[in-house]
Design a protein around this ligand. Structure first.
Ligand code: NCD
Ligand code: ZN
Length: 346
């Protein structure tokens, strides 16, 4: 049995680092990734190149000197985004991508897109300049069941959007269904999908069976088991179109443990240990590097990281904190429900 693997340093192509005291608390837990796409859903959101550059500096200040992490900034697409601003921020190296949140779809998405016709000129400019669009793929129509919102988004929004914007590079963020996996596979090399750590581990029973467990609630919400299995098959397939975006999304426990608690799983501290276990269980440890370290970089037309990390399977489970402190609050770390025998060596 393999008990040691060395892979190119992984990247996280979907990460929430927040700001202020929360940023200071959570950023060090992602310091071991090479690059991370930083989500712009702050309050207020990151909408200009200047805001993205300032946020990047705050992130760098929150990281330890030894950190490998190079933040890859994004702009939050709104109805008012100017095509020329996006292209300028991209050409100046300030941003790596633009994030589309349908207004109201998830945490801090109130400023998101309400009218897809209004943003069409931005999408066309992005297609022309080669800027990637990262998409939160859920409809917000209250008439659509929450477990169907990803599949309906693909039919109603994503497929029409891609058809009318040829050449636009799109990442379907955090796919959670077999429909999402199938649609990602239907595209050419301008279409890819990130998959989170937690959606490879939990299905909706984790949230709802035997009592409600707010720490497993995230958006898009975990679906039934058949979808989790489709995600595991996709992630471990080695296919270039699937790569890691943890969507590690920290919230204070005081905000999650509420009658109306917020969405997000905080997986940054134990993601690589969990992934190694998942890939081992699927007999696919030899494909972990493709998923975590190679495919995303290739999609973003970047070289893989130069250096490597080693994961070692030990008899004793890796220790990780159940929760961390953040500015007087606690943030609970995602509990995969199984011991983590894979340890990351530095
Ligand atoms: C994210 C957050 O908290 O910012 N929450 C989540 O459940 N994933 C937003 C998002 O990515 O949808
Ligand atoms: Zn997210």
């Amino acid at each position: 049995m393999t008990d040691r693997i060395t892979i190119r340093r992984p990247d996280d192509w979907h990460l929430h680092l927040r700001d202020g005291a929360m940023l200071a608390a959570v950023a060090p837990h992602s310091a071991g990734f090479g690059r991370a796409i930083i989500m712009p859903n702050l309050v207020p959101p990151v909408v200009t190149g200047a805001q993205a550059a300032a946020y990047r500096n705050r992130i760098l200040a929150a990281l330890p000197d030894s950190a490998a992490l190079q933040p890859q900034m994004t702009l939050y697409l709104t109805d008012a985004t100017e095509p020329a601003d996006v292209v300028a921020a991209f050409r100046n190296g300030i941003i790596r991508a633009v994030k589309l949140y349908p207004a109201g779809a998830t945490t801090n998405s109130a400023s998101g897109v309400t009218d897809f016709d209004r943003v069409q000129p931005v999408l066309e400019a992005m297609a022309e300049a080669g800027v990637t669009l990262c998409v939160h793929g859920e409809v917000t129509d209250p008439a659509v069941d929450i477990f169907d919102r990803e599949a309906v988004f693909i039919d109603r929004v994503l497929d029409p959007l891609r058809r009318r914007t040829p050449g636009l590079r799109v990442v379907m963020e955090h796919v959670t269904t077999s429909d999402g996996v199938a649609y990602a596979r239907s595209g050419g090399d301008d279409l890819a999908a990130t998959i989170t750590t937690h959606h490879l581990v939990i299905n909706r029973n984790a949230i709802l069976a035997g009592g409600i467990r707010p720490h497993y609630y995230c958006l898009p919400v975990a679906k039934r088991e058949s979808h989790r299995l489709a995600l595991r098959e996709a992630a471990t397939s080695g296919e270039a179109r699937f790569f890691l975006g943890t969507d590690s999304a920290p919230h204070a426990d005081s905000a999650k443990l509420q009658p109306c608690g917020c969405a997000g799983c905080f997986t940054a501290p134990n993601t690589m240990s969990i992934l190694a276990q998942v890939f081992e269980d699927e007999g696919a440890l030899d494909r972990l590097e493709a998923f975590a370290s190679l495919n995303g970089a290739a999609f973003y037309r970047l070289p893989p990281n130069d250096d490597r990390i080693t994961l070692v399977r030990r008899d004793r489970p890796a220790a990780y904190p159940a929760r961390i402190d953040a500015g007087g609050e606690t943030v609970t770390v995602f509990d995969p429900g199984f011991p983590l025998f894979w340890h990351q060596e530095d």
